[in-house]
Design a protein around this ligand. Structure first.
Ligand SMILES: O=C(CO)[C@H](O)[C@H](O)COP(=O)(O)O
Ligand SMILES: [Co+2]
Length: 233
């Protein structure tokens, strides 16, 4: 895979919320590909963040895909709101949905790409029944709920396992499903994660933390450093 086929998706969880529109536009102007949008409900995860209103507010700030990561339970009620708010990709945790197949259909029928998110200790088995309805598999490399945590090394073996499943599916269907990772990604580990078969990388604190002292906040140097690591793979 060439370095430009990799996706870098900064999580705005670590952005300056008082200047969110600028933070979104600047990180994309600095070379990032997607905006990762973490939705937490203080129920499925022990934190409360942003919802469809904020998604709608940042939509005009960029043409880049908005990658909505739902950490909410239940999921079906909120999916149409994010579709209306301009999301492009919507992923959810299978254990938070009572009807996984239905939730995926809701996303696809609304014109978005859809996917499942796997916590560090959630088995990948759910995938076997719904691969035809999935565009992205998101592996958590931290326990969900907070930015700035350390990458859990066991996720690398799981990424290799997921890659094998997705490659086998691609052989049979001709359709490629993205493998995305979320949590603790930085310049020191991104190449190793890519070697395990991951092709989309969420990075929150590593990206937004790096630009916070520049004025205006620019992220060219950290996004460039992440790409330079990927070019070595
Ligand atoms: O879903 C998440 C946490 O539940 C965030 O996307 C993730 O933690 C990104 O932040 P960082 O790169 O700082 O780990
Ligand atoms: Co996330």
């Amino acid at each position: 895979m060439s370095a430009k086929d990799y996706v870098i998706a900064p999580s705005i969880l670590s952005a300056n919320f008082a200047k969110l529109g600028e933070e979104v536009a600047n990180v994309i102007a600095s070379g990032a590909d997607w905006i990762h949008f973490d939705v937490m409900d203080n129920h499925y995860v022990p934190n409360l963040t942003i919802g469809p209103l904020v998604c709608e507010a940042i939509r005009p700030c960029t043409a880049a895909p908005i990658d909505v990561h739902l950490m909410v339970k239940p999921v079906d009620r909120i999916i149409p709101d994010f579709i209306k708010a301009g999301a492009n990709i919507i992923t959810f945790h299978p254990e938070a949905s009572e009807h996984i197949d239905r939730s995926l259909s809701l996303i696809r029928d609304g014109g978005c790409q859809g996917g499942l998110v796997f916590n560090p200790a959630t088995p990948l088995d759910y995938l076997d029944y719904v691969l035809d309805k999935i565009d992205v598999v998101l592996l958590m490399s931290v326990n969900p709920g907070f930015g700035g945590q350390k990458f859990i090394p066991g996720t690398l073996a799981k990424a290799r396992q997921a890659r094998a499943k997705l490659d086998a599916y691609e052989q049979q269907s001709g359709r490629r499903i993205r493998l995305e990772i979320d949590g603790g990604v930085n310049t020191a580990n991104i190449a190793e994660i890519a070697r395990a078969g991951v092709d989309a990388f969420v990075a929150g604190s590593a990206v937004y933390g790096a630009g916070k002292d520049s004025d205006p906040h620019r992220y060219d140097s950290i996004v460039g450093a992440l790409r330079a690591e990927l070019a070595k793979v």
